[in-house]
Design a protein around this ligand. Structure first.
Ligand code: FE2
Length: 172
């Protein structure tokens, strides 16, 4: 019995060889990219010493590249925000490593305006052209990891504020 896992195999493992694909060298599916992000998130010595905070602009550092993807480390001081934007043809996985971030979606999106508070460990997968704003509206710094596939080539900004933003600001 393996005390490190609840996974147990019943029957003859040699009968399921067709399901045992060799591990790929590089991620290529959404599941692979979210797994890659979780693996990096759990490996704090790999990224923690690299983090910088910059009061004048959002700080970012390209942590890793591979065929068709790149991984960025970002820091967020309280109040720092992306503004409303999308990522062109790139899909992405956002993973919060430290602190709390808030994602606000555009009111014209398929699910309408929304606001999500993302705590450490939270992951958001977004499709190409997904319009959103990420902001640190907490009182503590935050760190996040962003995987883009394909690598980020553009990040067009939009000027109209999401309804969720407008609601939040009206409440402030
Ligand atoms: Fe984004």
């Amino acid at each position: 019995m393996n005390s490190d896992s609840d996974l147990q195999i019943a029957g003859d493992i040699l009968e399921v060889l067709h399901l045992l694909q060799p591990e790929r060298e590089h991620p290529s599916t959404v599941a692979d990219f979210t797994r890659l992000a979780r693996t990096i998130a759990a490996d704090r010595p790999r990224w923690e010493h690299l983090v910088r905070y910059d009061a004048t602009t959002r700080w970012y550092h390209r942590l890793l590249t591979g065929p068709g993807y790149e991984v960025w480390l970002l820091s967020w001081l309280p109040g720092q925000t992306t503004g409303l934007h999308h990522h062109g043809p790139s899909s992405g996985v956002l993973t919060v490593l430290d602190g709390t971030l808030t994602e606000r979606n555009a009111p014209s999106g398929p699910s309408g305006p929304s606001r999500r508070v993302l705590e450490p460990g939270a992951q958001r997968v977004f499709a190409p052209q997904h319009l959103h704003e990420i902001v640190n509206d907490s009182l503590e710094p935050a760190v996040s990891l962003h995987v883009y596939f394909p690598g980020l080539t553009e990040m067009p900004m939009h000027t109209s504020a999401p309804a969720a933003v407008a609601v939040a600001r009206a409440d402030a």
